[in-house]
Design a protein around this ligand. Structure first.
Ligand SMILES: [Zn+2]
Ligand SMILES: [Zn+2]
Length: 110
């Protein structure tokens, strides 16, 4: 987390509420865990809102991280249930996530 604050000064301006701050801090921990880049286009983004978690098992809906993010999760190692869910997800940027769903629907076939 320290790394993030040190290297992304602009981020501070965007922390308009305590809730947003907490959510992004928690989300950043998940992003770091998943390798800090989109798993499809391999681009690394500085804004955590770009990243979305896509469940690779179509029988399960996309992992909802909202609840986890509203808690101050602190060290991820203390939350094996979150890591277990994350391991079943692809971390994609918003664009790649849209494309992946289009592909899954068969919209890219024609
Ligand atoms: Zn991407
Ligand atoms: Zn998805």
């Amino acid at each position: 987390m320290e790394h993030y604050y040190k290297h992304h000064k602009h981020y501070r301006k965007l922390q308009n509420t305590a809730r947003t701050k907490r959510r992004h801090k928690s989300k950043w921990a998940l992003i770091k865990y998943k390798g800090d880049k989109c798993e499809h286009c391999k681009v690394s983004f500085t804004w955590p809102g770009v990243y979305e978690f896509h469940h690779t098992d179509p029988s399960e809906k996309d992992f909802s991280i909202s609840d986890a993010l509203d808690r101050n999760i602190g060290a991820l190692s203390k939350h094996p249930e979150i890591l277990e869910e994350l391991d079943k997800c692809l971390m994609l940027c918003a664009n790649c996530h849209r494309i992946e769903h289009a592909r899954l629907r068969g919209d890219l076939d024609e």
